[in-house]
Design a protein around this ligand. Structure first.
Ligand code: ADP
Ligand code: MG
Length: 455
């Protein structure tokens, strides 16, 4: 054992929890973050998905809470996350690693009844794991407060920005105890708006960077499959899934750029005998859990999702990720393809590229310094073979940098006004985004998250 967890001065109870999980060696991000966090530093951490960030913040937090009994009554740590799934995944990690302690955690997310949450909040769990929208509702109603907070974690901060949570997150930060330690995690630092989180939440943060955000996962083979049009894509996909490599693959995640296409593709695949289901941001929580369980149990093998729906998903053992549509940005490409090839296994990512998508695919390749290997299915080649040499010869590769999908740019105006109204109830028409249906909070009806309605 090269560098065991015991080097981090963790109490026995946590070492036993890690043992139970079968983890005996920290990941690189854990190795870097835990000692700094133990020393009390505020941290700004960038690391790709699947690198073990959850324990990187849970372990120092739990260590501190076990060493010093709660000084006051309130919530000791808040973990803000962009999606419900991610909240439940973190709770899972907590339940396992803290199973030999008496520490408690509560989850506050949209899409479930608020009344149960109020009861859970009354019991003042040590740790609260929450999506911003619903937590803000509870804060505004006085169901809980963050005045005793010792730890604040912003997990997947870039995704929270993508999903339009910036105003809510900023409001929440303002209500947190100032005497706290804060850790911010993001897959990238290039997302516009991140600086305001950093300024508001962190004090003299240390920077921890594991992997450049542009580094594609080293254990993924990237390939492209040219298609003439949508109908050709359908034929190619079905053929691939039912022959050779594709047939042999276990769990497969297919991305589309819009919800409508996800649903249509799901219907097409099911109609052609594939065990498939589509997942989109609109499904309510029980439905999402049900679909994910079908996949985990192997009752379906193909899951079709949009970028929004797939955020924070952690389904182990994805063998293959297929981009049915070329993603909108390099970071979306990384997030999508980072879902295969986890934990030492080599994964495969295939992107279907039609003529109008060619340029976008090229700029993603340039941006990520990736070279997608061509894949052809004998007998199913189309007319499209990439741009003609004469055209591409005259076109110098531009050092164009892909940034966050511009369509999801946060609305600064709304944010400013919201911030001025801290503590006041929002009007029913307040254009604030939250995660998912706010069941149980009928009086304060909010608009759906911005990413959801988008293609
Ligand atoms: P991230 O938040 O960086 O995307 P997670 O914290 O969700 O990553 O961890 C990704 C996966 O790796 C999870 O399934 C987690 O249980 C596993 N994992 C985390 N730390 C370790 C470790 N030290 N050893 C082995 N597996 C780990
Ligand atoms: Mg994570």
């Amino acid at each position: 054992m090269r560098d065991p967890f015991s080097a981090f001065d963790l109490p026995d109870a946590l070492l036993r929890g890690l043992d139970k999980l079968g983890f005996n060696e920290p990941t690189p991000v854990q190795r870097q973050v835990i000692p700094l966090a133990n020393a009390g530093a505020d941290l700004l951490v960038t690391a790709a998905t699947g690198t073990g960030k959850t324990l990187a913040f849970l372990l120092p937090m739990l260590r501190r809470f076990l060493a010093t009994p709660a000084p006051r009554k309130g919530i000791r740590a808040l973990i803000l996350v962009p999606t419900r799934e991610l909240a439940y995944q973190i709770q899972d990690h907590f339940l396992q690693v803290a199973s030999f302690t008496r520490l408690t955690a509560g989850v506050i997310v949209g899409g479930v009844a608020a009344s149960h949450q109020v009861n859970a909040l009354r019991r003042n769990p040590d740790i609260l794991i929450a999506t911003p929208g619903r937590l803000l509702d509870h804060l505004e109603r006085g169901a809980t407060d963050l005045g005793d907070l010792e730890f604040l974690v912003l997990d997947e901060a870039d995704r929270m920005l993508d999903m339009g949570f910036a105003p809510d997150v900023m409001e929440i930060i303002q209500t947190c105890n100032e005497e706290r330690q804060s850790l911010l995690f993001s897959a990238t630092l290039s997302r516009g708006g991140l600086q305001s989180f950093i300024d508001a939440a962190l004090r003299d943060p240390h920077r921890v960077q594991v992997d450049s955000h542009r580094a594609a996962h080293p254990d993924v083979r990237h390939r492209r499959l040219l298609a003439d049009d949508l109908e050709h894509k359908h034929r190619l996909l079905l053929a691939y899934l039912t022959q050779g490599e594709g047939e042999a693959a276990g769990k497969i995640l297919i991305f589309t750029n819009t919800r409508e296409r996800a649903t249509a593709l799901g219907n097409f695949l099911m109609g052609n005998g594939q065990r498939a289901a589509s997942l989109h941001g609109e499904l309510d929580q029980p439905e999402r859990v049900r679909v994910l369980n079908l996949l985990r149990e192997g009752r379906i093998r193909v899951l079709i999702a949009t970028d929004v729906a797939a955020r924070g998903l952690d389904v182990p053992g994805m063998d293959l990720v297929i981009n049915f549509d070329v993603p909108r940005s390099g970071s979306d490409y990384l997030h999508r393809t980072g879902r295969t090839g986890r934990a030492g296994a080599v994964g495969l990512a295939i992107t279907l590229v039609s003529p109008p998508e060619w340029n976008r695919m090229e700029s993603i390749e340039r941006y990520l310094q990736l070279d997608l290997q061509p894949l052809t299915l004998p007998g199913l080649e189309g007319r499209f073979r990439g741009p003609s040499p004469s055209r591409s010869a005259g076109k110098k590769p531009q050092p164009k940098v892909l940034t966050a999908p511009t369509a999801k740019a946060p609305k600064v105006k709304d944010r400013h006004r919201d911030r001025k109204n801290i503590g006041k109830r929002r009007q029913p028409s307040a254009p604030t985004a939250t995660a998912g249906a706010e069941a149980g909070f009928a009086p304060l009806k909010r608009q759906p998250e911005p990413g959801k309605g988008q293609p």
